[in-house]
Design a protein around this ligand. Sequence first.
Ligand code: HEC
Ligand code: HEC
Length: 313
Amino acid sequence: MNTSKQVNAMIGLLFLVSLFFAWNVLIEPDRQATAIEEQTELFAERGAEIFVQNCRSCHGMEGLGPEEGAIGAKLNTPAFLILGEENAFGVDATAEGVADGIRNFLGDSIACGRTNTVMPLWSEQFGGSLTDQQIDYLVTLITEGRWDLVVEIGEYEDSHQDPPATREDIIVTDASTLAPTSENCGQYNGITARPFRERDPFAAAPTPPDPGDTPEPGETPDNGGSEEPIVQGMPVGDYYLAACSTCHGADRAGITGLGLPLTPDALTEADDFYIDTIVNGREGTVMAAYGGGAELTPEEVQDLVTWLKNNEP
Ligand code: HEC
Ligand code: HEC
């Protein structure tokens, strides 16, 4: 090759190299977005694998909890979704602060479990079996709502068992072999979980409450003119769901091995018998004491008993 040909070849090569770099600069933002998407997908997939192994027994084959006859909370719910800029629902992205709150709520609940419920503590740091990274994968699964992966991986794994595992083998309906979590590292319970469970990600930005609506201390909050008495600042039925349903069932039919039925038919004793149970708990069982100023006032306990005895679920 003579010199001028070499120079031409070099120029050609340089041109190609600069073209390549220019192209890269142009597609970089796209590439970053794709990389984040791929990572999220991978995290959700790993979360689904862990969920299939550890969580379906209580939260159900699709994470629907009580809606599919399982004893754990419903996790497959829009309430826990964190939505990105361009989401399938065409609504605003979840605000960063809200998203952090949801991640913290889910991560804390998984890491620490829930006192007085059968939700176990999972964090390795506190004696459980999952690493922080694995808990992160689970949180991604739930906030992305990738229950399709849970179903897909679950069906694959179940069909490869010998004999193949069925729903009946997997879902726990009798809780007598389970021990409720007695102490945990977490900050949430059924009541503090409510705002997260009730969140509507599709609603327009909430209007700030009118300060005139805030009840004075000691004043009974407005219950919208309904007949339901207020317990701990909420209608008694909501309080029941938040504080009692984890053992007595959302439908009050009881959960075998956890809590007795609390329907009008089942509650045949005098009020005082049940009031005593709620105020003082039952020794030797997981039924805790809610009276003595711990949580409920005497009036609230009476309201609960009256409501349980007179209202069909
Ligand atoms: C032995 C049964 C059981 C198993 C296994 C279990 N959970 Fe739970 N979980 C529960 C129950 C019961 C609750 C509801 C507690 C309550 O009423 O506050 C719950 C609550 C939760 C919550 C909080 C949701 C809310 O609305 O309060 C999350 C998140 C959660 N579980 C995730 C998981 C994950 C992830 C796994 C698997 C690693 C798992 N759970 C395994 C029983 C279980
Ligand atoms: C951690 C699980 C758990 C939670 C949470 C729980 N209970 Fe119980 N509850 C039980 C168990 C277990 C018994 C039965 C004790 C026994 O075997 O005598 C019981 C018994 C009762 C009884 C007596 C029923 C009867 O027929 O004797 C009442 C009433 C009752 N609970 C009300 C409540 C109310 C109201 C709440 C919420 C404020 C609540 N419980 C929360 C586990 C629970």
